[in-house]
Design a protein around this ligand. Sequence first.
Ligand code: NAD
Length: 229
Amino acid sequence: MDYKHVVVLTGAGISAESGIPTFRGAGGLWFKHRIEDVATTEAFARSPALVLEFYNQRRAQLEIAQPNKAHTALARLEQGYRVTIVTQNVDNLHERAGSTNVLHLHGQLCQARSSADPDLVVDIGYRPIRMGDTCPLGSQLRPDVVWFGEPVPMMHKASAVVATADTLLIIGTSLAVYPAASLAHEAPARAVVFVIDPEAEPGWIPGARVFREKATRRVPLLVDELLGM
Ligand code: NAD
């Protein structure tokens, strides 16, 4: 059977109802922490212990969070479609909900990487990274997270994926962080585009069907619609 390809671009909003704070909104992570203090290479060079602790807390919070109805609905979509999830999130809630094809644009909390060789990545589960934890080369481990100002190595692959979409779902992202946000405009002209975000502006993506609703409410309904249920 020739399954149609659904590409899903997700951001922090899809995990908000799992109790993981978004990026910008009221109560968002960056109201409490300045980006330049915790999410740049300069910050890690200046205060590595503080940066590690910030991500250790995020990882501990992720361990007790659960996938929500939006994550599980997207996993269910694989019953009728080839589905690729391109997520800006560093959590693992898509995988824990059962999605089998997830591309992480900005890295993953449950992995650490060498600060000497970006290709040297190790699984750490929910364990903290401490000062003195080193990679096999002897360099300090850092979170496997793409910080502001760093290149996004997965962009090329993500662009190629979006270019083959028959349907593009954009869920819970302010489309403010580049280059990831540019993906929202890279679907082929034939693709049907849906946006689900309570703050979405109607004109964000020309031609898109826009639902200004929370992910746990609209995503299961849209998945049912796409599966013809
Ligand atoms: P953002 O905070 O800029 O935007 C979040 C969007 O989600 C907003 O447009 C908001 O209206 C929407 N939203 C809030 N609650 C929602 C809900 N219940 N249902 C649907 N939408 C909802 O986040 P972003 O665009 O993903 O910003 C990108 C950066 O934030 C990424 O680099 C990402 O790595 C990082 N981040 C990730 C996580 C995570 O892994 N869960 C959490 C915070 C930040």
